[in-house]
Design a protein around this ligand. Structure first.
Ligand code: UDP
Ligand code: MG
Length: 316
């Protein structure tokens, strides 16, 4: 019996890459016997001609190509969720449109997953060639920190490029949270994952849509979504400064009782007030982050809004 493989591809301003992506993946198809393809491209509110290109691609190959189009840019995480939602395959893979996820790995991934031991075949870059040094440095630190302080295990260099069974995808779709941090979600649902390793490949064309600052905020979101540790830190800072203040109080009380009380020391007082005020604001900020996320979640807004989709979705 033939298997259906869904290929979920989020696209944000990828007019230059979608066609090459499609043809590169189709080249690999010959190596996969008895596998039918279903491409699901998600146009994530692109401002260029991505949607036009996707529609043209669908006209060319209506049997295999489908698209979803958002009403605005909702982000890659939302695009992934939409794609997984519409995917019908027994096996589902998510890939970037820029060919940084080599389609040539697909046959190996497919044969691994069919053995049945693993529910997910992930991919992992073992080099970060062609990436700014400082970016790699912070990325490494981020993986260290999040693995320490959260209950999910995120492999360093793991990409979103992965092949999953229907069962695992259904589990991921159960997680309907608004703040989606896929790397964490993939790990949180459990199941057995095997990581294939490969060398980093630079983007074919266009440029990464992530600035350093965006990545930084994204990593903080990841930590907040999967760990309560920052809250523990803020409580800890509070306790420590309270204990220190009690000790200092005793010290000054005794000193005043023995040596009298010369009224000096207002500069140190100012420093203490500033330091404590700063710590309080810092901790309030941490609490605020969680509260803000909770606020967004409680609104229960949809993760994405569709403006357009392939007609073939309606026929089913
Ligand atoms: N992407 C998206 N929405 C966004 C940003 C990116 O759908 O808001 C898609 C993008 O088209 C690409 C994938 O997510 O297919 C990865 O993006 P990119 O290559 O910019 O990220 P990087 O490879 O640098 O992590
Ligand atoms: Mg990329």
């Amino acid at each position: 019996m033939a298997h259906l493989l869904s290929i979920v591809v989020p696209c944000y301003n990828e007019e230059k890459t979608v066609e090459t992506f499609y043809s590169e993946v189709m080249k690999v198809k010959k190596q996969l016997d008895l596998v039918e393809f279903e491409f699901i491209f998600i146009n994530d509110g692109s401002t260029d001609n991505t949607l036009k290109k996707l529609k043209a691609l669908e006209l060319k190959d209506p049997k295999q190509v489908k698209f979803l189009s958002f009403s605005r840019n909702f982000g890659k995480e939302a695009a992934l969720y939409a794609g997984l939602n519409y995917a019908k395959g027994d096996y589902i893979t998510v890939m970037d449109a820029d060919l940084q996820d080599p389609p040539s790995l697909l046959p190996e991934m497919f044969s691994l997953i069919q053995e049945g031991t693993y529910d997910c075949i992930g991919t992992r870059r073992i080099s970060r060639e062609g990436e700014p040094k400082i970016r790699s440095f912070f990325a490494k630190k981020f993986y260290k920190i999040i693995n320490k302080i959260s209950d999910v295990n995120i492999v360093d260099g793991a990409r979103d490029f992965r092949l999953m069974t229907r069962q695992m995808v259904d589990a991921i779709l159960e997680l309907k949270e608004y703040n989606r941090f896929s790397k964490g979600l993939f790990s949180w649902v459990g199941f057995e994952t095997y990581y294939l390793e490969y060398e980093n490949i630079e983007r074919k064309s266009g440029q990464s849509s992530w600035s350093f600052w965006q990545l930084f905020v994204y990593s903080l979101d990841g930590i907040i979504a999967f760990s309560e540790f920052p809250l523990v830190i803020s409580a800890f800072i509070g306790i420590i400064s309270f204990v220190v203040s009690i000790i200092a109080l005793l010290f000054f009380f005794v000193r005043a009782a023995i040596f009298g009380d010369p009224t000096t020391g207002w500069p140190s007082l100012v420093c203490i007030i500033l330091a404590l005020g700063g710590l309080q604001l810092f901790c309030l900020g941490i609490v605020g982050q969680y509260l803000g996320k909770t606020f967004l979640e409680t609104k229960r807004r949809p993760i994405y809004i569709l403006k357009d989709k392939s007609d073939s979705f309606n026929q089913e």
